[in-house]
Write a protein that binds this ligand. Sequence first.
Ligand SMILES: C[S@@+](CC[C@H](N)C(=O)[O-])C[C@H]1O[C@@H](n2cnc3c(N)ncnc32)[C@H](O)[C@@H]1O
Length: 209
Amino acid sequence: MRQHVNPLSKNFDEIEKVPSLIEMFADPKLPLHLDIGCAAGEFLFELALENCSWNYIGIEIRERLIKTAKIKALEREMRNLYFLFGNFNNIAKNYHCKFLLEKANSMSFNFPDPWFKKRHYKRRVIQPEFIDLLSHSMQKESLIFIKTDVKDLFDYMDFIISSNLTFHRLGKNDINFSKAYNPNKIKTNREKNVISDNLEIFERIYIKK
Ligand SMILES: C[S@@+](CC[C@H](N)C(=O)[O-])C[C@H]1O[C@@H](n2cnc3c(N)ncnc32)[C@H](O)[C@@H]1O
């Protein structure tokens, strides 16, 4: 099993320079989705190829994975897909990256690291201060998608997000998936493994009001 990267390590205090949307994408006006903890980005390569009317940014704390994904995106000349290395909690807090939160139409947290021990909960990507930051930066009607096979982590994330009064839970029928970031319900790598192991998946969508 892979060792989780400790996001609170000082190694991630500094963040890479984030280019403007014009530098990242052929058409910076397209709706923007951020996938947090994208690993090697296979899910995003599939998504970006199928949905040319969205721009996608994958953010991942394991630098080697992002280096490889960046090269692959360049080689394939993908102009609606970009990758960023770093701890997203630090990226989100950085003044120069604020535009990412402001421009995002949606954000996904697919199978984030669970950090089972209570003393490690601080390492979980979803934290009350972080959701507070999103509530001040994300545009109205933007969406947050969470998905995990760990019930305890799901309850924890759901509690934190829905405790923030600007985010409201959406039912599956409240959203037009054909207009959302993943219209064909492409599955992430972790999701495919969870399905083949017959494990339950817990997911929820929130809208910013
Ligand atoms: C269990 S994997 C899931 C990968 C992928 N989303 C999927 O569903 O297959 C969680 C990923 O999140 C990354 N990660 C964990 N904390 C992070 C953080 N604070 N910022 C960015 N990436 C993070 C991990 O390195 C790992 O690649």
